[in-house]
Design a protein around this ligand. Structure first.
Ligand SMILES: CC(C)(COP(=O)(O)OP(=O)(O)OC[C@H]1O[C@@H](n2cnc3c(N)ncnc32)[C@H](O)[C@@H]1OP(=O)(O)O)[C@@H](O)C(=O)NCCC(=O)NCCS
Length: 162
């Protein structure tokens, strides 16, 4: 059973990220990744108009996603759920929210990179239909030097006309 500190997904809403969210986003980012993005990267993503969403709960932000779109393609650049909400469907819901946005923007192909060591994220992406299409050698920083990236792709089915 969830404790008072653990938010339920049903109590959270998805909304666009704003500049004011960046400090809370950074708290989650630093806790989630050994090599986190800088605050400036998030601010740049907002400034250039990338699709940046947050999962907002009763006790504050509990997740976020960042995706670039253009020329019929989208790139999921970051998807992250705070530890307190993990394992309750928020990551999947975040991905669905970003894919819905991409579909509405006319995107046909979505790409992402993931560390081969990130079994949870890989399970999520593969369960959503992403296919592994390649490898970028030494793409990520790692405590032992560099880690490869798996490259994944999803072909989106266009929205039927209403
Ligand atoms: C990856 C991440 C976003 C998943 O978010 P989440 O809210 O915990 O995931 P969900 O509860 O929506 O679960 C989605 C799927 O992920 C997989 N998954 C979730 N937790 C898992 C676990 N502990 N072990 C194995 N697979 C797991 C399952 O396939 C699950 O689907 P299922 O519930 O139908 O079995 C989250 O773990 C996270 O933020 N991790 C740190 C940041 C990160 O690595 N981001 C991805 C960078 S590429």
């Amino acid at each position: 059973m969830a404790s008072a500190q653990q938010p339920l997904l049903a109590e959270c809403c998805f909304r666009p990220m704003t500049e004011a969210d960046v400090p809370q986003v950074m708290d989650i980012e630093f806790d989630a990744y050994p090599f986190p993005w800088s605050e400036q990267i998030f601010r740049d993503c907002l400034r250039v108009g990338y699709h940046c969403v947050v999962v907002d709960g009763p006790q504050g932000l509990c997740g976020y996603g960042v995706m670039s779109t253009g020329a019929g393609e989208a790139h999921v650049l970051n998807v992250c759920v705070g530890r307190a909400l993990r394992g309750r469907g928020a990551g999947r819901a975040l991905m669905h929210a970003m894919l819905d946005h991409a579909r509405n923007a006319g995107v046909e192909l979505v790409f992402l990179e993931v560390r081969p060591s990130n079994r949870v994220a890989i399970a999520l992406y593969e369960s959503m239909g992403f296919e592994r299409i390649g490898l970028r050698p030494g793409y990520y920083q790692a405590s032992w030097g560099r880690e490869d990236a798996f490259v994944y792709r999803l072909a989106l089915v266009p929205q039927p006309l209403a």
